[in-house]
Design a protein around this ligand. Structure first.
Ligand code: FAD
Length: 463
């Protein structure tokens, strides 16, 4: 039986990063994944294909609607969906092959198959057994299902099916107003679908700052996306290449039946814990079904760790990768840890939305005293130049210490700009620190300085 210092189950951004980091530190490592292609959900059916389609569809929309503002005349643009999908597949394979290359470079053994943990830290894959001093479970997550809705990945799809529609659905229902539903809804809306988002809660992306969330919904509505909030989907049935959806309004208790060409079920993701021998190995799960770990990512079984989507916390690729590096440090006897207050979230729609730290709802709930600085992009010179003036930056800082508690951006390039606030929170910076930093002109990031100035001093030049 082959022996390893570390076996990682799962080759996503949690697992593959852990495997490479361990190998770089001299450990003998194997990484097992059911998929032939490395990269997990993120590279194969998540972050990467969705961002590629968001980019392609936004290019199409910009060429269709923006060019004439700049004096550029384009004959009615058309798109070729199968070519668009081919571009997506190429982006995926470039990245998954890249991880395969890094495995070879760092001498990580890649084993394709389903890993099952047996006693004494043995792992069985395809009837073959391997032994490891340490095991990391990074088995990720899968789309949550709903009662009375059967996904066939053709008419009723999960995010995976919605990344590969063969033609643009005439009418698309998106069940769930989380970031995955809104991103994929935006893709198909830009390509011509009539999109209706049906959401149980009375707001979209509930983890978002409420004020930003309202602006976000208005912007998406302006693009033609319809919202049915406070609405519960009780049943979806496929009939003759269409889907009939029963919707119960939580406000007026009215029940309606709407017909769509396709439906995307995007009501969240659940941790992947089945079929890995967790029970037999003595690995406990939490009430919500995640693998339970302590602050050192140790499970209830000795020398078995878990990271990424399969444990609690935001289901994000960069969170999984941060935990991967931290757990390898811990295994090596160093001080590995993740600052969960400094994990950014980004929704890659147009406008983008990005945030880090506390929302206003959280500050109010925990009775934390705060000051707020809010600056609209309509007053920013770069926004005026490009014509993309929607959105704002909001900064919360502590009333006494002025330390930055949270920052929220809705607007063009929000996902890139949030990095400045992540650094600020990591470094324990105050709003004043940011207000006094020189930002290049004309850039969108000048609005970061202006919002911080408003939070810290209550005034700024351009508002
Ligand atoms: P995963 O990436 O899910 O990888 C787990 C791997 O484990 C899988 O490849 C699976 O095959 C394998 N596995 C499971 N069980 C076994 C077993 N028993 N044996 C062997 N292998 C096994 N996050 C972001 O940060 N930014 C984004 O823009 C973003 N966009 C997304 C868009 C979509 C449509 C989706 C679905 C997700 C998106 N995410 C995004 C979330 C992100 O993909 C996940 O948070 C991330 O992939 C989690 O990494 P992980 O390593 O924990 O698990």
């Amino acid at each position: 039986m082959e022996n390893f210092d570390l076996i990682v189950i799962g080759g996503g951004p949690g697992g593959y990063v852990a495997a490479i980091a361990a190998a770089q530190s001299g450990l003998k490592v194997a990484c097992i994944d059911k998929r032939k292609n490395l990269g997990g959900t993120c590279l194969n059916v998540g972050c990467i294909p969705s961002k590629r389609l968001l980019y392609s569809s936004e290019l199409f929309k910009n060429v269709s609607e923006e060019m004439h503002h700049h004096g550029i005349e384009v004959k009615t643009p058309k798109f070729n969906l199968s070519q668009m999908m081919k571009g997506k597949e190429e982006a995926i394979s470039k990245l998954t092959n890249g991880v395969e290359f890094l495995f070879k470079k760092n001498k990580v053994q890649h084993i394709v198959g389903s890993g099952f943990i047996e006693k004494d830290n043995e792992v069985k894959v395809n009837k073959k057994k391997y032994k490891a001093t340490n095991i990391i479970i990074a088995s990720g997550s899968y789309p949550t299902q709903l009662k009375n809705i059967d996904i066939d990945e053709n008419i009723i799809v999960s995010s995976t099916g919605a990344l590969s529609f063969k033609k643009v659905p005439k009418k698309l229902a998106v069940i769930g107003a989380g970031y995955i539903g809104l991103e994929l809804g935006s893709v198909w809306n830009r390509l011509g679908s009539e999109v209706t988002v049906i959401e149980y809660a009375n707001s979209i992306v509930p983890s978002m700052d409420a004020d930003i969330g309202n602006t976000f919904r208005n912007e998406l509505q302006k693009q033609g996306i319809n919202f049915l909030l406070s609405s519960e989907v009780t049943k979806a049935k496929i009939k003759n290449d269409e889907v009939h959806i029963d919707i119960n309004s939580l406000e007026d208790k009215k029940v309606s039946n709407l017909v769509f060409s396709r439906a995307l079920l995007a009501v969240g993701r659940a941790p992947n814990t089945e079929g890995m021998g967790l029970q037999g190995a003595g690995i406990e799960t939490s009430k919500k079904g995640h693998i339970a770990v302590n602050q050192f990512y140790e499970t209830s079984a000795k020398n078995i760790y878990a990271i990424g989507d399969v444990i609690e916390g935001p289901m994000l690729a960069h969170k999984a990768s941060m935990e991967a590096q931290a757990v390898i440090d811990i295994i090596l006897g160093k001080n590995g840890q993740v600052n969960y207050d400094a994990i950014p979230s980004v929704v890659y729609t147009s406008p983008e939305v990005a945030w880090v730290g506390k929302t206003q709802q959280e500050l109010d709930k925990y009775k934390i005293n705060y000051k707020v600085g809010k600056f609209q992009f309509s007053a920013n010179s770069r926004s005026k130049v490009t014509g993309k003036t929607a959105g704002m930056i909001k900064v919360y800082s502590h009333t006494e210490s002025d330390k930055i508690l949270g920052a929220h951006i809705i607007g063009n390039h929000a996902g890139e700009m949030i990095g400045e606030f992540v650094v600020a929170i990591e470094m324990g910076a105050t709003a004043e620190d940011i207000a006094l930093i020189c930002h290049a002109h004309p850039t969108l990031s000048e609005s970061i300085k202006e919002a911080a100035s408003l939070a810290s001093f209550g005034q700024t030049i351009h508002s």
